[in-house]
Design a protein around this ligand. Structure first.
Ligand code: FEO
Length: 396
């Protein structure tokens, strides 16, 4: 899109990517994704992060026009993941005297990914860089969500260039600033981005929030999604809650893996009884159909989780197995969890779920029914017991 002025001398250079199907070749992008880069034109000039190579149409031209005859003095790399660093080589080829600004963990990655060797400015935590009117400082926020991640704060405009932090999936379709967009529309994409991309690093996000809380931030400028300048507390409060693994709402996510519909029938029974017991937020997901990123996003939102699986090759059904592995990997906690399953000629689904749950920080709820082939009356009865026990703790 055309450059957008944030304040005097600072422009957003956003590339909306509506072509890529999968972010990091894994996460679906039905609403696309925006890559945000920022250009500061002062006595000295600086570009903060770049965009994904291959989606950089017009990017260099915009930089050239905004520089208006000046050269690019600094390229600040807050985050080295290639969706932001992909255009580094192109920038250095165009501005060979440009100094790359990063920290000690940034430069080995730049050389490793792109083979770029150019003049470096290695900054430590709290280091300053004076561009003239704009005075930048650099703050390390390691593992949010890579080891080299840092943020850049401009004391003059009070903009925090925050890297992936406070980012979102979804392109910027006209609206760029938070007050210009319907946040309800973006909310699920904010959460899906956080829970799947950053969710593993809750402790590091908490440290970053504490550290950045000391800065007088007026504008939050992430590398993905909207620019926050009216309602910063909205996203800051979400980040605080998400990184503490706290549920936002009372409700129950039921996920099942079912080959022939029997485990699904158990899920239906549980859901109906939950509703009878007064739980209003209930969502059922078929793990074979819905990409795990959407399921994980909703699991992040609600306080209860019920997972069921049929048996497969003496173990768990693969889509459910993949989901619980991801939940283990990202360290989900603070949820009320119940389990169920079905066996046929051999069990295994429920057994794997039980072992998994023992490794997680969950509050176990209710019985763990395992139907032999198709669920019988006693299995359905136990499913209803799960629902009643879950409703009791959820609505307490
Ligand atoms: Fe948007 Fe971690 O890259």
């Amino acid at each position: 899109m055309e450059p957008i002025k944030l304040v005097d001398n600072i422009h957003l250079l956003c590339v909306n990517d509506r072509r890529t199907h999968l972010f990091e070749n894994y996460w679906p992008l039905p609403n696309g994704v925006a890559y945000n880069s920022y250009l500061i034109v002062d006595e000295k000039t600086a570009l903060v992060d770049t965009v994904e190579f291959g989606h950089s149409f017009g990017y260099l031209e915009h930089i050239e026009n905004l520089l208006n005859g000046k050269t690019l003095d600094y390229l600040i790399i807050n985050h080295m993941e290639p969706d932001h660093s992909g255009a580094i080589k192109m920038i250095i080829d165009r501005y060979p005297k440009c100094i790359i600004v990063g920290n000690r963990k940034t430069f080995p990655l730049i050389e490793g990914f792109f083979g770029v060797k150019t003049e470096q400015l290695v900054v430590e935590d709290g280091a300053l860089l004076n561009l003239g009117k704009h005075k930048l400082s650099f703050h390390m926020i390691p593992m949010v969500h890579w080891p080299e991640t840092m943020v850049t704060f401009d004391a003059t405009s009070q903009i925090l260039f925050s890297g992936d932090a406070f980012g979102s999936f979804g392109t910027l379709d006209g609206g760029v600033f938070d007050h210009e967009i319907n946040l309800d529309f973006y909310e699920s994409e904010f959460r899906r981005y956080y829970s799947n991309i950053v969710g593993k690093y809750g402790m590091q996000v908490q440290k970053a929030l504490a550290k950045l809380g000391g800065l007088p931030i007026k504008i939050l400028a992430s590398t993905h999604g909207p620019i926050w300048r009216s309602n910063l507390s909205y996203i800051l409060e979400k980040y605080d809650m998400w990184s503490k693994y706290q549920a936002e709402e009372k409700g129950v996510i039921i996920v099942y893996g079912s080959m022939y519909g029997n485990t699904e029938r158990m899920a239906e029974s549980i859901a109906r009884e939950l509703s009878v017991q007064g739980v209003k937020n209930i969502k059922i997901f078929d793990a074979s159909k819905t990409h795990s990123s959407y399921i994980i996003s909703d699991i992040w939102k609600y306080s209860g989780l019920i997972i069921g699986s049929c048996a497969y090759n003496g173990g768990i059904f693969t889509p459910v197995g993949n989901l619980i592995n991801q939940l283990h990997e990202i360290g989900l906690k603070n949820r009320h969890v119940a389990l169920f399953g079905s066996s046929s000629w051999g069990g295994g689904g429920l057994r794997v779920l039980e072992k998994w749950a023992e490794t997680m920080s969950f509050e176990p709820v209710g019985p763990k029914p395992e139907a032999r082939c198709a669920p019988k009356a006693n299995d359905i009865q136990e499913c209803k017991e799960i629902a009643r026990a879950m409703a009791k703790v959820i609505l307490a």
